[in-house]
Ligand binder design. Structure first.
Ligand code: NDP
Length: 481
């Protein structure tokens, strides 16, 4: 059996899988093997869950019992260590996930900022005193929930892990992190960072292994108090069913089909120049990708021309090349899905304006594709492609724009481009998206809640809102006599 280059993290220590299993992960830029990783199985899950359960000890374990102020200090050290190790982590992420190196560096910094934000939270997230009619005193307590299973996807492996690990630890919970099988490397390295920063080892576990086995076992285990999941909507629905048996707390960040709504009164040049990276960033493998671009009919033709020209300027290349703006897709399967959707779109009557070509080079590259004259009823407008495919859809007026934008099973994020402040207020209030930005592409900030409506998810991550999902609120009443 081959030895793994990257071992699991169980009870804070690097260990091989009990049954010796390994997985080979590929480099998306070459399609060649990048590393061998220990593959957890049922005995590793049992060891991690049993240790995390004992480490919680009904809230009396070392980490939950650590004072909130000290927990905050430890999280601050996690942020410092991530920054100290940033260049190694960024390189690992670029090689394993195919991110352009500049994006990977941004991702490590964003993960550090996430820990920094939650470092300030533990001693400010507290209960309250509530005036009640009965004679006495009613107070609420905020307490950790217990062992948390944190299951993350492959598109932003380190960043999305930090969105869950940081608030879970801030609240005093032991964590078991389950990275995606395609991209486990930075999550395993994060386990080392947590232990080196001072989180008690028994509270830190990172299990690389198949979701259908490791993920399923974690979600179904009665000792797991909370599941934080990011991934596909179908997997989220499965997790809801599995967790229902034990009434395990669940938060779900799922798929999206977000709209950028461009009105004719917007700064069209700015919108056309900036929206391409809102779809093609991370090769379109972004839950917040504005993959439906709705444009007012009077500006439609000019916008499509300018948008396609700006898209043609995107430098597609090797992740480690500093000029690269878009790297390869994560896998051959993911590229195949995008190509299939492009063919379906053209068959349904949409017009391929540019892109969608597979270059003659190794790896999973695909040039960014602009598809115009899309009708919102077409499959490329309704289903999440999770690849570099932008559908441009015309609309007639404000009501029509809102109708089309909201006509989606998803409701994760979106953008609104207009020069009118009153229109921005009117439309922003009517769009059914968890996170919306006006005259901007970015919708995720550590300080503000993030999450989806409809089939895009359940609960909110980031901001102080995330702390509610990782803590219990208890009420205690003291009778006066
Ligand atoms: P998947 O749902 O396939 O996988 C996500 C994670 O779940 C992986 O770690 C996977 O493990 C694991 N998993 C798979 N099956 C199970 C199971 N039965 N029980 C428990 N865990 C399981 O999603 P992808 O990795 O393909 O990620 C892409 C998706 O993530 C897109 O739909 C995207 O929109 C969504 N996403 C949502 C975000 C949001 O914040 N709303 C942010 C980023 C992505 P394994 O890899 O071993 O299969």
């Amino acid at each position: 059996m081959p030895t793994a280059d990257h071992l699991l993290v169980v009870a804070g220590e690097r260990v091989p899988a009990v049954e010796g299993g390994t997985t080979t992960v590929l480099a998306p830029a070459t399609g060649e093997p990048l590393a061998t990783v220990a593959r957890a199985g049922a005995p590793d899950v049992e060891r991690a869950v049993a240790t995390a359960h004992a480490a919680f000890a009904d809230g009396r374990g070392a980490w939950p019992a650590t004072s909130a102020t000290v927990r905050g200090r430890v999280l601050g050290r996690v942020a410092d260590l991530l920054r100290e190790r940033a260049s190694d982590l960024a390189r690992l992420e670029a090689e394993n996930a195919g991110h352009p190196i500049g994006d990977a560096e941004w991702e490590v910094e964003a993960a550090a900022r996430t820990f920094e934000f939650y470092a300030g939270a533990p001693n400010k997230h507290h209960g309250s005193t509530i005036p009640v009619m009965d004679p006495g005193l009613a107070i609420t307590l905020r307490e950790p929930v217990g062992p948390c299973a944190l299951i993350v996807p492959w598109n932003f492996p380190l960043l999305i892990a930090s969105w869950k690990v940081a608030p879970a630890l801030a609240c005093g919970n032991p964590i078991i992190l389950k990275p995606a099988s395609l991209t486990p490397l930075t999550a395993l390295a994060l386990g080392d960072v947590l232990v080196d920063a001072g989180v008690p080892p028994e509270a830190v576990h990172v299990l690389a292994g198949p979701g259908s086995q490791v993920g399923d076992l974690l979600v179904g285990d009665p000792r797991i108090a909370k599941v934080g999941f990011t991934g596909e909507t179908a997997t989220g629905a499965h997790i809801l069913r599995t967790s229902s048996e034990n009434i395990t707390r669940v938060s779900l960040e799922l798929g999206g089909k977000s709209a950028a709504v461009v009105f004719a009164d917007a700064d069209l040049q700015r919108a056309a120049a900036s929206i391409p990276m809102a779809v093609f960033g991370n090769a379109g493998q972004d839950c917040c990708a504005r993959s439906r671009i709705l444009v007012e009919r009077s500006a439609y033709d000019d916008f499509v021309t300018a948008f396609a020209a700006a898209t043609a300027e995107i430098t597609v290349g090797e992740p480690l090349d500093r000029d690269t703006q878009m790297g390869p897709m994560v896998s051959e399967g993911q590229r195949r899905t995008s190509l299939d959707y492009l063919a379906i779109g053209v068959e349904e009557g949409a017009r391929l304006v540019r892109g969608g070509e597979v270059p003659d080079r190794p790896g999973f590259f695909l040039s960014p594709a602009v598809v115009a004259d899309v009708d919102n009823s077409m499959r490329i407008a309704r289903e999440e492609i999770f690849g570099p495919v932008a559908s441009v859809i015309p609309f007639d007026d404000e009501d029509d724009a809102i109708r089309i934008a909201n006509d989606s099973p998803y409701g994760l994020s979106g953008s609104l481009w207009t020069g009118s402040a009153t229109r921005a207020i009117r439309v922003a209030r009517r769009l059914r998206a968890g996170t919306l930005s006006v005259n901007s592409n970015s919708s995720v900030r550590v300080e503000t809640p993030f999450g989806g409506m409809k089939r895009s998810g359940l609960g909110r991550e980031l901001g102080l809102a995330a702390l509610d999902h990782y803590s219990e609120q208890r009420t205690v009443f003291f009778a006066e006599d």
